[in-house]
Ligand binder design. Structure first.
Ligand code: ADP
Ligand code: MG
Length: 343
């Protein structure tokens, strides 16, 4: 065999090629592990996915996610390195390993990125989104735990389990039961089934606010409460700011009786520059038609104003820090407090 001949794969090359180091995530479809390739020493992430036979023997959800991730090659989208079958109904998706997720970092008491770092994360997230949208993909689950960061300060989208393709020219019907509640735009809460990239822009706008405020901006308990939380800060919509509002399927019976006025800009103004306030409040415009595309966001003056973007490279934790570790730590602290209280 010449050195350039690719090595034939034997069954032993399967999952045995990787030794698991620890668990870093536990999600909807399965567990995510940090692991090492025994041959090359490369540290990778292994996401175990069940491929239950969903329709006519074809595992739609998992396969769609894998196909989309493989199709989207971009510095701000997590790369799939391989897919290794484990059994007849599960596979391991081998991905590049990312040290942190944004949710874990935001919840870490010692993580306080500089304005230039936040600007870089914002810029990278918009570049990833512009790329995805230009290729006709909606993510539909943008939130901190689906945004991964490595120690070089690169941030990348992951978890394409709810992603779908869309047409740029023809409006399509989708389900409105997508996007984690706190990041779901008002038009979906009001029952719209015709939407496009502007739903991801809303979610990203909410994540960016969280990056500055250290907590999610709209924390509803249920769909109706979520809408009320949004209107409390953005104001109850009037025809002048959201013309098609009254035509939405559930507009008449989901709109709260109290009329609120807008106070977003005042709230954000204490935490960020005027340029950032302008860009972020544009992204979370109540009227979906008023939201900018990712491309327009990247052209915003915020990115040419001082300080210029610099990727963050110092983190409060040496090792890994994801939503998973962050939750474990919180649980540990709670239990310790309980034990102390009982003593
Ligand atoms: P789910 O669909 O179950 O939410 P995700 O793909 O979001 O699955 O993975 C769950 C969690 O595992 C993520 O929130 C993240 O913390 C961690 N994770 C996922 N992929 C990686 C990776 N490539 N590197 C490091 N951690 C990861
Ligand atoms: Mg996820």
């Amino acid at each position: 065999m010449t050195p350039s001949t690719p090595k034939a794969r034997s069954p032993a090359d399967g999952i045995q090629l990787y030794s698991k180091i620890c668990m870093v995530g536990e999600g909807t479809y399965g567990k995510v592990y940090k692991a090492r390739n025994r041959e090359t020493g490369q540290v990778v992430a292994l996401k175990r996915m069940r491929i239950d036979m969903e329709r006519e023997g074809f595992p739609i959800t998992a396969m769609r996610e894998i196909r989309l991730l493989k199709q989207l090659q971009h510095p701000n989208i997590t790369q799939v390195l391989d897919v290794v079958p484990e059994s007849s109904n599960s596979v391991y998706v081998v991905m590049e390993y990312m040290d942190y997720d944004l949710s874990g970092l935001i919840n870490h008491p010692q993580w306080s990125p500089e304005p230039a770092h936040k600007k870089s994360l914002m810029h990278q997230l918009l570049e990833g989104l512009e790329f995805m949208h230009a290729r006709g993909i909606l993510h539909r689950d943008i939130k901190g735990s689906n945004l991964l960061i490595n120690r070089h300060g690169q941030i990348k989208y992951v978890d394409f389990g709810l992603a779908r393709s869309f047409h740029h020219t023809r409006m399509q019907e989708f389900t409105n039961r997508v996007i984690t509640l706190w990041y779901r735009p008002p038009e979906l809460l009001l029952g719209t089934t015709v939407y496009g990239p502007e739903v991801d822009i809303w979610s990203l706008g909410c994540v960016l606010i969280e990056l500055f405020m250290k907590k999610p901006i709209f924390q509803g308990q249920n769909d109706i409460d979520q809408l009320e939380q949004i209107f409390k800060i953005l104001g109850t919509p009037s025809p002048s700011i959201w013309e098609s509002f009254s035509k939405l399927p559930w507009a008449c019976y989901m709109t709260p009786n109290t009329r609120y006025s807008e106070n977003l800009r005042e709230m954000l103004g204490t935490k960020m520059t005027a340029g950032a306030v302008d860009l972020i409040s544009w992204m979370i415009s109540l009227d979906p038609a008023a939201r900018p595309s990712a491309k327009r966001c990247l052209e915003h003056r915020h990115f040419v104003e001082e300080p210029l973007p610099v990727p963050p490279t110092s983190f409060p934790v040496e090792g890994d820090w994801h939503e998973f570790e962050s939750k474990m730590e919180r649980r540990k602290r709670k239990n310790a407090a309980k034990t102390q209280h009982q003593q």
